[in-house]
Design a protein around this ligand. Structure first.
Ligand code: SF4
Ligand code: SF4
Length: 350
């Protein structure tokens, strides 16, 4: 681990140099807010952004991704044989990713990269990706990351963590991937380790002091799963939900997807598209039967997955990094912090 000083006047030139070998992604503002998007050659990341509406999850898990293709031309020997699509996994770097979004990628990894099953598309994209984080010095009112094991300067999942110090960035290089990216940019001005770490500690403490929002999860592990599943409060929680799915699309830890086939002339493709457990179509079987046909079942599923099933399965905390996007974006003010409190304090009446 080492520290590097990057003068802001050298930042754009450095990341432009890295474009020779890296595809770049970063925060970009438009009329709909800030999103993490691919940075075309003439586009620099907006490193002064506050929060992004969408996280960086689409860098590894695109909204639409071709998985398999087949040639339908019967004159070709291997016609109708599905083969893995020739997706490119060139090195890529996500610049300015927030620490909670990098931690979210580690939670998603638990689903896509397991000892029993490895999703080759997600894993290949993950291997190709370097995460260059930017610490949060002004946490927003919806941020409750410190109570779920993340925080404004959390290093988990990051390859580099940077702090904005007005005229320069102080970068903490955390992994060999981070070292390779810094070298590709030509960022090599070493900063004193002890003083730099002390500065990071101060910034972290200051930022954490400004996070007052919290979520309660300490009793969830001991709750009986079926008691929570059958609890009477789900109707109240679900009442206002309009099943728009916004909370799941903006969430950096949600990974629901759907598979579609499409044929055009002599070419067939199989796609994976983002989907949402809040949609009745997500679980509707070909027979017409739907195990989660009622809204209350879908709302319960979302919160039970994040706050109970994931916790019970992996014992690594809840499936949430406290970014607050779902709370901020829900059009009817359904708030995961309140739901967690309700679940955490629930006692079954005999
Ligand atoms: S954003 Fe709110 S209304 Fe929309 S699906 Fe999620 S909880 Fe329901
Ligand atoms: S559940 Fe909400 S607060 Fe938690 S990571 Fe997802 S969007 Fe962020």
């Amino acid at each position: 681990m080492k520290f590097i000083r990057i003068d802001k006047k050298d930042w754009t030139k450095g990341i432009d140099t890295s474009r020779k070998t890296y595809q770049l992604f970063g925060p970009v503002k438009d009329e709909n807010g800030c999103k993490i998007k691919e940075l075309d050659a003439d586009l620099a990341p907006d490193m002064d952004y506050h929060e992004s509406v969408m996280s960086a999850k689409s860098v590894l898990f695109p909204q639409t991704e071709t998985l398999l293709t087949a040639n339908l031309d019967e004159s070709v020997e291997d016609h109708h044989i599905m083969k893995r699509a020739k997706n490119e996994y060139t090195p890529r770097a996500v610049l300015g990713i927030r620490p909670y979004d990098a931690k979210a990628i580690l939670l998603v990894k638990m689903n896509f990269d397991t000892p029993e099953y490895r999703d080759p598309y997600w894993c290949d994209a993950y291997e190709a990706t370097t995460l260059v984080g930017l610490g949060i010095t002004r946490p927003g009112p919806f941020d409750f990351s410190t109570s779920v094991g993340s925080g404004p300067f959390c290093e988990e999942g990051l390859d580099i963590l940077m702090a904005d110090l007005d005229d320069h960035y102080l970068a903490k290089v955390l992994t060999p991937k981070g070292e390779a990216y810094a070298a590709a940019c030509g960022f090599d001005a070493a900063a004193a380790e002890k003083e730099s770490q002390a500065l990071f500690d101060i910034l972290q403490l200051e930022a954490e002091k400004n996070i007052t929002s919290r979520v309660e999860t300490d009793k969830l592990k001991d709750k009986v799963l079926l008691d929570l599943h059958e609890a009477p409060f789900w109707d109240d929680i679900a009442f206002a939900c309009i099943n728009c799915g916004t909370c799941t699309y903006v969430c950096p830890t949600c990974w629901c997807f759907d598979i579609q086939d499409e044929a055009k002339q002599k070419q067939s493709s199989r796609f994976r598209n983002w989907d949402t457990c809040m949609s009745p179509l997500f679980t509707r079987h070909a027979t017409g039967h739907n195990p989660r046909g009622a809204k209350v079942q879908r709302v319960r599923q979302r919160f039970m997955h994040k706050l109970k099933y994931f916790l019970d399965k992996y014992d690594q905390g809840i499936m949430c990094v406290g970014c607050g996007r779902c709370v901020k974006s829900c059009p009817v003010n359904i708030d995961i912090r309140k739901v967690a409190h309700t679940m955490n304090t629930f006692e079954k009446k005999d």
